[in-house]
Design a protein around this ligand. Structure first.
Ligand code: HEC
Ligand code: HEC
Length: 504
């Protein structure tokens, strides 16, 4: 049986001409113009920036990383890049995979430090893209108090059987052989939670100048469920793995600078009301501002890496001590694990190595910044108002721990705030303060290199956009006005704006 969930509420049908009147275009338009181009913009990560030669990837260490820190970077990279195996084995340093998991390595999702892959057809199973899930509070059997604690600590209410993420792989031999067998007929000792495929629903967007673009939106297609029905009141969020370079620089942006960009009540009445997410920091046992994850659902790099080990690889650790199995998945909970004497598959010092590897991954230098079309596109980026959320520039704070990341002028093109992006991009799943409509503005540094790094660009939270143009056309909600200003540009100006984004 196929169970199909619609991820988007309705298709916005753009009968373009009546919507994009000159009066809309005029609002706030003249006040936005680009500052003068400065040389520092060529180095998105300041002194950490690496050259694109000899090969394009986002897995190089910061250019200014001290020689004596390089061996640690490479040790962390090895832990992020080499496959983990199931316990028990003789290689106790790398065992503990699963029992259920999504991938054996970090970099099989964050491919070469870039984005995850999303299948283009319904035959290929989902591997480097996650499905998160939760239960709407009105369907939960937990008491009000228990619900409040769950929401405070994990951002929403876990599905009682499947938890907060579908793990589509398991260590069972039957599963490892699955590609030669029909789903559903295999006997598992530990079943994977689901086999997930994607159906693409296409539609055509027509510009006022009649130029056409094909857009596609994903539908989740669960072809096998290992632990029974998902039941009513379950909400899903399909999330492609984001780029992971420049994370240490993002950690060092001051909260003050992020808050200065927020305008929760839209007091300047520009239709944009970015606000921070406040989330659980298990390390400090307190609520803190979120800046990592697609809904800014994690406060620190330690938290996101620890959570990735536990939930994506099934490797528990001091900051994320639980295995991915829930209490209702007995076959999963009872299996041998790779715990050390402290009860963890990954000890704190090895976790720190991977955190440091992520911290030191470098942004790549800009290309073609002086090209005349790119320069014109830069001007348009500000005029249209893309910079109102994709905030170009920050200066990192001073840090005694990471001198190489200290006081750098950086160009991530994000405000790290949540924005309502309208019903077409909504997943309907809350994540701490983020509503089902809200997403964190993603950094744009490196976006133009994705098709070289990954062989394909998978833009937006679920990878639906294959080009910058498609990504812009999906913008809605608070970004509706900027999108509309883009749509009414002449084709050659649209191409210039896109060329600028691709040069970042
Ligand atoms: C199955 C695919 C998958 C695997 C494996 C995986 N990740 Fe991720 N990663 C994601 C997704 C999806 C997100 C976005 C999470 C969210 O929004 O909830 C993410 C987010 C991140 C981020 C935050 C990026 C940002 O822009 O804020 C970092 C850093 C990261 N992962 C590092 C790691 C590390 C280190 C590992 C290995 C321990 C790992 N990931 C394993 C899919 C994966
Ligand atoms: C109101 C805030 C806002 C404005 C204005 C805005 N964006 Fe975005 N942008 C976002 C958010 C939030 C996302 C993530 C949405 C998602 O993942 O579903 C995003 C995603 C993107 C992406 C995809 C990046 C990736 O890695 O997946 C691109 C490219 C992009 N925006 C470019 C632009 C351009 C160009 C403009 C101006 C025409 C613009 N944006 C205006 C908030 C904004």
């Amino acid at each position: 049986m196929k169970i199909i969930f619609l991820l988007f509420s309705s298709f916005f049908l753009l009968s373009a001409c009546d919507k994009y009147s000159d009066s809309k275009l005029a609002e706030g338009y003249s006040s936005l113009s680009a500052p003068k181009l400065i040389n520092a913009e060529n180095k998105p990560g300041g002194d950490t920036t690496v050259s694109i030669k000899p090969f394009v990837s986002f897995q190089l260490p910061a250019a200014n990383l001290d020689n004596n820190l390089r061996p640690t970077f490479h040790a962390g990279k090895a832990l992020a890049n080499q496959p983990w195996v199931k316990a028990p084995t003789i290689t106790t340093a790398r065992d503990g995979l699963g029992p259920i998991y999504n991938a054996r390595t970090c970099l099989s999702c964050h491919i070469k430090g870039g984005k995850g892959f999303i299948p283009t057809d319904n035959k290929t199973p989902l591997t480097s893209t996650l499905v998160r899930l939760s239960l709407l509070p009105s369907f939960s059997t937990l008491t009000k108090e228990e619900q409040a604690t769950a929401i405070k600590k994990s951002g929403n209410i876990d599905h009682p059987v499947y938890g907060d993420q579908i793990q589509s792989q398991s260590i069972s031999l039957a599963h490892q052989l699955r590609h030669s067998q029909k789903p559903g007929r295999i006997k598992h000792d530990v079943a994977p939670e689901a086999y997930i495929h994607i159906n693409w629903i296409e539609k055509t967007f027509i510009y006022p100048d009649q130029h056409q673009v094909t857009l596609r939106a994903p539908e989740i297609d669960f072809q096998y469920l290992g632990y029974g029905s998902l039941g009513k009141g379950t909400v899903f969020s399909l999330r492609v793995a984001p780029m992971i370079h420049g994370m240490g620089l993002i950690s060092l942006i001051s909260e003050h600078d992020i808050l200065a960009l927020s305008d929760e009540q839209d007091e300047n009445q520009d239709g944009i009301s970015g606000r921070p997410n406040y989330v659980w920091d298990a390390g400090k046992q307190t609520t803190a501002m979120g800046r990592f994850g697609l809904k800014a659902n994690k406060p620190t790099l330690d938290m996101i890496v620890a959570g990735a080990f536990a939930n994506d690889l099934g490797i528990n650790n001091p900051l994320a001590p639980n295995q991915p199995c829930t209490a209702l998945q007995a076959s999963c909970s009872n299996i041998a694990n790779g715990n050390d004497e402290n009860g963890f598959e990954l000890p704190a010092d090895l976790l720190q190595l991977v955190v440091n590897f992520n911290r030191d991954l470098a942004p790549v230098q800009r290309r073609n910044s002086h090209d005349k079309n790119v320069l014109a596109g830069r001007e348009l980026f500000y005029q249209v108002g893309c910079n109102q959320c994709h905030n170009p520039r920050f200066t990192t704070q001073k840090s005694s721990v990471s001198a190489h990341l200290s006081e750098q002028i950086i160009w991530p093109y994000s405000d790290f705030l949540l924005h309502d992006m309208g019903p077409d991009l909504a997943d309907g799943r809350a994540d701490f303060l983020a509503s089902g409509n809200e997403w964190r503005t993603p950094p744009l540094w490196g976006v133009g290199l994705l098709s070289q790094v990954n062989g394909m660009a998978t833009l937006l939270h679920d990878g639906r956009a294959r080009t910058v143009e498609e990504a812009i056309l999906w913008h809605g909600g608070e970004a509706e006005l900027a999108k509309n200003r883009f749509i009414v540009l002449e084709k050659k100006d649209r191409e210039r704006l896109i060329a600028f984004v691709n040069s970042l």
